[in-house]
Design a protein around this ligand. Structure first.
Ligand code: NAD
Ligand code: GLY
Length: 360
């Protein structure tokens, strides 16, 4: 499947390819740019698993590639890592003809995107996402970022890649927990964009978790399709795109409160979605049966995890840094029904009440 994501000037349009074996397309893509260095940004884990194959494909296309390998983890999505990558690019003599290929999950993709956006005022970027989160969400839509200690994704830009190659085969080495992280984002997309996608995930949850190609690939294709539609109409997150933040208002605050350790992005978004569903009901949007149906697969994926031990006032302060605030209320994405999001401002007391309910 090939999907065109429409850009709006100055952001270029680009193609997203979703196919088992899509990794091999990289030879043809870089063949269109015979000069300039090929730099592959990856992390220590993905380097061992998939860089060798990528290097061989590039070598068969007559191209040498140079890896830049960063430490593994959200806690390295920092200014320090960014500066190290920039220093390495300078040492390597990378110029504006160079292409940065990101090979990894959302951390490598977000960081690499920010590097590509800023190094020499912008070099070409190709994403090869290797986690489910990255394949269905972070590699599409051009958001790049690094975290600051006080808040997540605080420095960043919109910078579209030239191409995205999504090869579900690369997920075969993914630990179960990381696959579940991606499922939270897929469920999110179903809940705010398409009730049929949500129903498919609910009905095939076990097969997807077992990585049956028919089920997994369908979720990847369906979710990419929905995200591409949203970011094509609103690439710079000025209106419609806000719906993709469902569950992220609280989710980001939980990640920040944990110092970007201990809790994964997916799990944080899972708790965030449960809170947003409770808020939807408290504010009179979602009927209880809608909330229960939406919450069921999220609770399944959270299994026996406990809500993180966090000071609720601290969460509220962090939420206020991250999101739009109006008259002391914070903007949340809520749900009227599955596939029908609504945006509203919520006060501190109501947020605390929702948190009390999901912490039980
Ligand atoms: P991650 O990049 O940390 O990857 C999760 C883990 O999986 C890491 O340990 C990684 O080394 C490992 N891994 C990666 N590919 C693997 C493979 N094929 N086999 C085995 N292990 C593999 O985290 P993530 O969940 O991919 O992404 C989360 C990040 O993405 C967060 O920083 C979040 O803010 C960001 N994000 C950005 C957007 C966006 O629009 N830009 C959207 C969603 C999430
Ligand atoms: N992950 C939210 C967005 O891309 O807008």
């Amino acid at each position: 499947m090939k999907i065109k994501v429409d850009g709006k000037p100055p952001a270029p349009s680009y193609t997203v390819t979703v196919r088992r074996g899509a990794l091999s397309d990289i030879g043809r893509i870089v063949g269109q740019r015979p000069t300039g260095k090929l730099i592959v940004l990856t992390n220590t884990t993905v380097q061992k698993l998939w860089f060798g194959r990528l290097r061989r494909i590039l070598a068969a296309a007559g191209r040498k590639s140079t890896p830049i390998v960063i430490n593994d983890g959200e806690r390295y999505k920092t200014r320090q890592t960014y500066q190290k990558i920039i220093a390495r690019l300078i040492d390597l003599g990378a110029d504006r003809q160079s292409i940065l290929i990101t090979l990894g999950g959302g951390v490598v993709g977000d960081l690499g995107g920010f590097v590509a956006a800023t190094y020499l005022r912008g070099i070409d970027l190709v994403h090869i996402p290797t986690t489910l989160v990255a394949q269905i969400d972070s590699s599409i839509g051009g958001k790049t970022a690094i975290d600051l200690p006080r808040a997540k994704n605080m420095l960043g830009s919109f910078y579209n890649p030239r191409q995205v190659l999504i090869d579900p085969e690369l997920l075969s080495t993914l630990p179960d927990e990381a696959l579940s992280d991606g499922l939270f984002e897929a469920i999110k997309t179903g809940l705010v964009c398409n009730k049929n996608l949500f129903a498919y995930i609910v009905d095939h949850l076990d097969e997807i978790r077992q990585q049956r190609p028919s089920a997994l690939d369908r979720v990847v294709r369906g979710t990419v399709h929905e995200k591409a539609k949203v970011v094509s109409v609103d690439p710079f997150d000025r209106n419609r795109r806000a719906i993709l933040n469902f569950g992220h208002t609280l989710g980001h605050a939980l990640e920040t409160a944990a110092g970007y350790r201990k809790i994964s992005h997916g799990v944080a978004v899972g708790w965030g979605m449960l809170a947003a569903l409770e808020l939807s009901h408290l504010l009179g949007y979602g009927e209880r049966r809608v909330v229960e149906r939406a919450a069921e697969p999220i609770r399944d994926l959270l299994e026996r995890k406990r809500f993180p031990q966090t000071e609720v006032d601290q969460l509220w302060q962090t939420i206020k840094l991250d999101k739009k605030v109006q008259g002391g209320k914070v903007r949340f994405v809520l749900l009227k029904a599955i596939g029908r999001p609504v945006i509203d401002f919520v006060d501190r007391r109501t947020v605390f009440k929702a948190l009390e309910r999901i912490r039980k």
